[in-house]
Every structure is written in structure tokens, then in C-alpha cells.
Design a binder for this molecule. Sequence first.
Ligand code: HEM
Length: 344
Amino acid sequence: MENKHLVKDIVHALDIDGGSTERRPVHTVGVGATGFFKPSPMAQRFCVAEHFLPKAAKKGVRVDIRFSNGMGVVEEHDGWSDVRGMAVRFYLENGQSTDLVSMTLPVFFAPTPETFLDFALNARPKPCQRATPWQKIKSYLQLQLPLPDPYPGQTERPNEGAIAFASKHVWAQPAVIDASSIGAPVSYVRATYHAVHTFIVTGKDGQRRWVRFSWAPIAGVLNTDPKKPPEDRYLKKDLEKRLSHGRTERFSLMMQIGEAGDDFNDSTRQWPPHRTRVMMGTLTLNKVREDQQEYFEKLSFNPWHLTDGIDPSDDPVLRIRKDVYAFSSNRRQGTPCPFSGTKG
Ligand code: HEM
């Protein structure tokens, strides 16, 4: 393990009231589904990883997908504004696999593990109150983000600390601003998910490219109406319904190609929107597994779990996640973190 103390401190900083050390400290509530991935005809030109080869297009690559609410609490507040997660494992030949872990923010909160620890300590939930209309007007006049109203029954939240932290640290602002107004999707399959870090892919001709991946929902992005009272516990039911009676839902895997001058090792910084995007394939979801507790709640994804053809960039946050996820998975007695076939 690279930096044992930092890894431990980070995981402890994520632990909050309402969470459990027997569950994931963030993205605690989730639902898992199965499906398959088929690469697009042009995918192998850009990446020779097994799941992008023509052979994979014929048969389809089996996948597990776990969607989650970003919060580290065991209660399901599906209707609350929150970042959502989508972790995908592709099952390759010869017992190998590879993961792609993504979330609904296009950027991360901090550029390094140390600054993330600082952020996580500051963004620990604090008591919250409804701001008066005058306080809201004052915020707008000072060009500050007005705090959203707490949800019914919500007494603490990370927003207060996160926003105060972001006002002192400019690199945290894009993610904090997005996160504070992100809302709730009508369905886990009506949101776009970003893997955020840069990865290096090798194409058929041996050319290496610095890229960022995201999943675009084919049904389109749609949030709930923020003026209506939030519902609890609808996201799992929604997915079960959408995938019942042989029905399916789909995502496109998009890959943005970086150019000279783009930041490859800092996931707080977005790349210009006009960078080339390539459609790398289609993910089809076909079933919500019944054994959620025994299977998906035990499963351990890891963003460092890669395969030949895809390498990690030097982003220090990506690097520490390798050990953080392994530590967390150990602590909650998840299935062992998969490091066979990984880099580094
Ligand atoms: C320093 C940065 C980060 C830290 C310390 C961190 C920490 C963690 C931890 C401890 C877990 C639980 C792991 C387990 O027990 O299996 C987790 C899960 C998760 N994280 Fe992160 N995370 C970081 C950045 C990110 C980023 C950048 C993304 C999105 C690109 C992300 C998306 C997720 C998702 C989707 C899950 C749930 C995975 C699942 O369903 O099992 N995290 N994170």
C-alpha cells in the first residue's frame, strides 16, 4: 500500500453519522444489474483492450453494473439532490475483468489526495437550516451560491462546509457548484456518468491517446421536478420495472480525446467541450439481480483495475483510489479487490 496512513485517514474522513463500517463509506445505497457491452466498429482503432475488439462485438461482453447514491448513509433518500454513481465491471476471457467507475459530476472536488482529505474533513455534514428569502437575495447580490432548502427531515448536510471550503479553494468550485445543484434523476438510466480521470488508451496502430470516458444514457437525461416533495426509495423499483419482461435500457460509452495543453493529471479541470468524442460502444442492461445483498453489496470495484490497452494516467487521485477502495472493501468484508491483471 502506497501511503497507509493517508489512505486510512481518507476513509475515516468519509465516515459520517448514518453510515456503517459494514457498508461502503460513500455510495452506500445502490442497486446492481447485469447486461452486456458491444464495442462500436471504430473502437479498436483507438483502443485494443479486449472489450473493444471485433470479437467482443459478435458475442457481447458480459457486464455487472452497480448504480448508487453518492451519500454515505444507509437510508435511501433517492429524491434528494445527490451525486450518483455507476460502476461497471466488464468480464473478459480467461477469467480476467476490468472496471470503469463513474459518477454524475464531470469533475472531481480536489486535485490531490492531500487536498481531498482537507475537502472531505471540511465537507463533513453540518447542521442546516432553511435560509430566509433575505439571506437568499443577499447571497445572489454577493454572487454567492444560495444554499438550497433542506429536505423534510434533513438536519445535517455537507453543503454548508463544502461551499465555505470552495470559496477559499478555487479548484473545488466547479465540482462543488455542480454538486450543490445536481438534483435527483427520475431513474438511474436517465443520467450521464463520467469516469473523470484521464486514462491512456493504445490503438490498433500502437498510438497512445490521453482520454476521458463517460456513459451517455440513450433515453436522455431527466431529473425529477425540484418543486415537488422528494420521494424515497424509487430508484431500485424504477430499474426493476424498466428491466422486467425482457425489456432493456442502454448507454453509449463516449471517449473524449485530450490534446496538448489539456490537464491530464488533474481531474478538477475539464477539457474544452469541442475536443473529439468517439462512440466506443453500447452497454445494454437487461436484469436486476435478486441477490443484491449477497452479490452486489459485497462486490468490490476498483478504478485501477485495468486491462492491456488501457493504462492509468499519473493523476495522483486515481493512484490513491487504488488503495482506498481496497482498504474500504477489506473493512466491509467485500469480495477481495481484484488486482489480477492490473497495472502498477
Ligand atoms: C480521492 C478520491 C476518492 C475517494 C477517496 C473515494 C472513495 C471511495 C470509497 C472508499 C468507496 C467505497 C469502496 C468500496 O468499499 O468498495 C467509493 C465508492 C465509489 N466511488 Fe469513490 N472515491 C474517490 C473518487 C471518486 C471518483 C473520482 C469517482 C467517479 C469518477 C468515484 C465514484 C465512486 C463510485 C461510483 C463508487 C461506488 C462503487 C460501487 O458501486 O461499488 N469516486 N469511493
